[in-house]
Write a protein that binds this ligand. Structure first.
Ligand SMILES: [Zn+2]
Length: 266
């Protein structure tokens, strides 16, 4: 049995994305049957090839909202999933804005690309669907894109949560209570709050409000002002009592029965 998370970067926000000081390829979740790419920002396809992870075997794509650090390489992922648009294959799950567009937000996977997918679904918070050998439930956000979603993925070895881009809102406590691993998009350090995003202190408040805290918090989508993620991880850990690690290009986390382990792939 296999449940693993692989990071194709750890950066987010405009400055980290434009400078590529931190990679912005999103992350993957692989189980025995699922090979999902989540939020493939700029460089996702480059990072996959760099780390020798086959893009061809991808069978699901999740896009949380309509900002390019989350969707930019999405169509290339669809082209890989569909074997170069020759086969009808794969699932695309996303926010209303990402899938269909809404107002000034246009759909981010073209209708042409969507036509080659086996299944395309809009998810709203609390929607739950079966996805190969897992179940995925959309979670709440408060962000620039009003339709943004995160998720809670239930696997054979427990739940993995992903906040996506969001402010600290009370719904997050319930959405992620009891997940084994929480991937949180923490843009800035300490108490440097910024609209539409989490800072370290927000993450601390979120975790300390849960009945059952996660075993591991992974800091993701860090902005240019997150100058020392390791020190920040220790700060969050000291204030929550759980293990905290910053995401990194090539970080692979394996979930096992009752434990987890991680290392860097090169
Ligand atoms: Zn965003």
């Amino acid at each position: 049995m296999r449940v693993e998370i692989i990071f194709l970067g750890c950066g987010g926000g405009r400055w980290a994305t434009i400078t590529q000081k931190k990679a912005t390829g999103g992350f993957r979740i692989h189980t025995n049957k699922l090979r999902m790419h989540i939020d493939p920002g700029p460089g996702a396809i480059v990072r996959l090839n760099e780390l020798k992870i086959s893009p061809w075997r991808t069978n699901a794509l999740f896009i949380s909202h309509c900002h390019p650090d989350h969707y930019n390489d999405g169509e290339i992922i669809v082209e890989a999933m569909t074997q170069g648009m020759t086969k009808k294959r794969g699932v695309f799950l996303g926010s209303l804005s990402a899938v269909e567009g809404f107002g000034e937000y246009e759909h981010v996977i073209s209708k042409y690309h969507q036509s080659k997918l086996e299944e395309v679904r809009v998810l709203y918070p609390k929607d739950e669907v079966e996805l190969y050998d897992t179940t995925i439930k959309a979670t709440h956000t408060k962000h620039g894109d009003p339709f943004g979603i995160g998720f809670r993925l239930s696997t054979i070895y427990g739940d993995i949560g992903y906040t996506s881009d969001t402010e600290l809102i009370p719904q997050l406590i319930d959405d992620f209570d009891g997940v084994r691993i929480l991937i949180a998009n923490i843009v800035r350090k300490k108490n440097e709050r910024i609209r539409g995003h989490l800072c370290s202190n927000d993450a601390i408040d979120l975790i300390n409000s849960m009945n059952k805290k996660p075993e591991l918090l992974i800091m993701n989508h860090m902005g240019i002002k997150m100058t020392n993620p390791q020190i920040e991880a220790e700060y969050i850990s000291q204030n929550t009592g759980i293990e905290v690690i910053p995401a990194k290009l090539g970080l692979k986390v394996e979930l096992l029965n009752g434990k987890y382990k991680y290392h860097l792939i090169k």
